[in-house]
Design a protein around this ligand. Structure first.
Ligand code: NAP
Length: 248
């Protein structure tokens, strides 16, 4: 996740802010690296916490008291509620919980965020930045599990479908690159189609591409017979429950 955030930093247009990062061993030549956490904190108003939950304590506990003034701490740490995060972070910090996916690196993440103790100025700043990097959705913290289950897990889910398309394209004897190109085109075409009809809902768009009695219609009927909606309902509920279990 940290790498996706760094990659985004290298891509955004002029933003009037400066960025630097800290990691244990990774190096990113295009971004300034801080020498220490205190050096990073002394020049930052906003901190992205791109670490695993088990590392937060070891990273933040070394912060000097003098650096613990009121800052915005943005946490993409999965399953960690703001209540738990508060126990790792100093009292004056204003906390923001967010759930991006790795498409953030390409400016294409659907990202949930929820702010606690943030001022109107914080929210303004967050909105100003985040619109450049992802589709931002502000929701309540208790909606986090369902959001993660659908959009957080979404890339893996869509890739799983693509794997199936790939398996069934074996007869074409395409190279791996040709297969990838076809899948990529399929996705791009579908997105372009979706974007071209902003007012229409998804079932109406499906009707547009499925002629009555045709091949797509036959394909869709099998999915309906197998009740794909029920299957996906199970998938999302299981993932949401898992997210709740992991947050303890
Ligand atoms: N991966 C995803 O798709 C995704 C999506 C949403 C949210 N998240 C959240 O993002 C967080 C990071 O996940 P990840 O998959 O990106 O893990 P990761 O690849 O292991 O990245 C962890 C980062 O933490 C740095 N780090 C660890 N200990 C450190 C220390 N003591 N001082 C300084 N830096 C330290 C590591 O530095 P080095 O690189 O030098 O080791 C690394 O850059 C997790 O909390 C996860 O829940 C991930």
């Amino acid at each position: 996740m940290a790498k996706a955030i760094y990659t985004w930093f290298t891509r955004i247009p002029e933003h009037g802010c400066s960025f630097s990062y800290l990691s244990k061993k990774s190096r990113f030549d295009t971004l300034p690296r801080a020498d220490s956490l205190d050096a990073l904190l002394s020049s930052s108003d906003v901190i992205f916490l791109g670490v695993k939950p088990q590392d937060i304590d070891s990273v933040l506990s070394k912060t000097k008291q003098s650096q613990r003034w009121s800052k915005i701490v943005i946490s993409p740490v999965a399953w960690l509620s703001l209540e738990k995060l508060r126990s790792y972070v100093w009292e004056q910090a204003r906390l923001v919980r967010t759930m991006p996916n790795l498409a953030l690196a390409y400016g294409a993440s659907v990202t949930w965020w929820y702010a606690q103790d943030s001022t109107d100025a914080d929210i303004w700043l967050l909105k100003k930045w985040t619109w450049t990097m992802w589709t931002v959705v502000e929701i309540e913290e208790d909606q986090f599990h369902d959001f993660s289950a659908i959009y957080g897990c979404g890339p893996a889910f869509l890739l799983k479908i693509f794997a199936s398309f790939s398996n069934h394209s074996a007869a074409f004897a395409w190279s791996k690159k040709e297969q990838r190109d076809q899948l990529s085109l399929l996705l791009k075409w579908t997105l372009a189609f979706l974007d071209a009809h902003p007012e229409e809902d998804i079932p109406a768009l499906i009707s547009k591409v499925a002629s009555r009695g045709g091949v797509t219609q036959a394909w869709l009927e099998v999915l309906d017979e197998q009740n794909i909606d029920n299957l996906l309902s199970d998938v999302f509920q299981t993932a949401s429950r898992r997210s709740q279990e992991l947050s303890g």
